[in-house]
Design a protein around this ligand. Structure first.
Ligand SMILES: C[S@@+](CC[C@H](N)C(=O)[O-])C[C@H]1O[C@@H](n2cnc3c(N)ncnc32)[C@H](O)[C@@H]1O
Length: 302
């Protein structure tokens, strides 16, 4: 706080600028303008969000306003800072890779809980369409005995996966060698693991072609991460075929989808096709967000 006269409290220059930036971001249509203005200020000044009031007026960095202009032009916050937070991970992100979303953390948590409960020494996990590696790396970090195979077709996205795999291995050495990145289309990925995988997890592209999306998505997330045919379900139908090939008896599947797609995705995994225990799950906003299912049978070693 700066000096006060007659008891009036005057905030620091930076907090004044954050208030102005909040208005600018709100006018630009940014959903959480105050939080994002604070996060940008914290990034530019190299402090935690809770320490912004400690930045001296003399240390105010005008690059704050450059970052606010970029955000007002609807560039994603994570592209400006270069970081995305996902469960307990800090991931590098930028042009050419999908920014991991909080809703995917819920599905990943479901997968982690199931893997921890599995009576399997080293569960084998496949993440189809890994992007930044968010799901695969969270599983490796939180289920240290898991062996994770991360599949990604896009070579640019894969450079971000590799970078994050290295970062996480440096910070959590027990993950080193536990995440293997594979290039190529997931439609025919990993034939050597057919019938042996304990859990398949995926956040595939699922937006119907032609749907309207915010600029942060349409202009910055890679098209291959978004669009998936007229009803948005093309990739999920491929996932159904791949998962039935990869899963061992009693193996589990988790598939993220768009909020309006819960019923449609449920019917991609019907009992008639062999699937068991197909269920819809909600995200933190109570919207339908992912479907889980089991491949029939018991683990062969049970
Ligand atoms: C929605 S993003 C999800 C990325 C990451 N799993 C996450 O949750 O943040 C989907 C990813 O799948 C990849 N992808 C799409 N179709 C694919 C395919 N047929 N084979 C392999 N990867 C694919 C995209 O390039 C993109 O990185």
């Amino acid at each position: 706080m700066r000096g006060t006269e007659a008891g009036a409290v005057q905030v620091s220059l930076l907090l004044d600028e954050i208030a102005l930036a909040t208005t600018r971001l709100a006018e630009a249509g940014v959903e959480s303008p105050r939080a994002e203005a604070e996060l940008l200020a914290a990034h530019v000044h190299g402090v935690k969000r809770t320490e912004l009031h400690r930045v001296a007026d003399a240390d105010f960095d005008t690059r704050f306003w450059e970052s606010v202009s970029r955000r007002a032009a609807r560039e994603p916050l994570q592209h400006i800072t270069g970081w995305a937070y996902f469960r307990y991970l800090e991931l590098e992100v930028g042009p050419g890779v999908f920014v991991p979303r909080p809703e995917t953390e819920v599905m990943t948590g479901w997968a982690i809980d199931r893997l921890r409960a599995m009576d399997v020494a080293e569960p084998v996990v496949v993440d189809l369409g890994t992007g930044s590696g968010a799901i695969a790396l969270a599983i490796a970090q939180e289920v240290p005995r898991a062996r994770v195979h991360a599949v990604e077709a896009d070579p640019i996205a894969r450079t971000w996966t590799e970078r994050n795999v290295k970062r996480v291995a440096a910070a959590a050495p027990y993950t080193a060698g536990r995440v293997t990145v594979h290039g190529g289309d997931f439609a025919d990925a990993l034939p050597e693991l057919d019938g042996q995988v304990d859990l398949v997890v995926t956040n595939p592209p699922y937006i119907p072609v032609g749907a309207t999306v915010p600029p942060e998505v349409g202009e910055y997330d890679p098209p291959a991460a978004l669009w998936s045919g007229a009803d948005g379900l093309d990739a999920i139908r491929v996932v159904e075929r791949v998962a039935r090939r990869l899963l061992r008896p009693g193996g589990l599947l988790a598939v993220e989808h768009g909020a309006p797609q819960g019923a449609a995705v449920y019917w991609v995994f019907p009992e008639e096709a062999g699937w068991r225990d197909t269920r819809n799950h909600k995200d933190l906003a109570r919207r339908d967000r992912f479907v889980t299912a089991a491949w029939p049978g018991e683990h062969p070693d049970a």
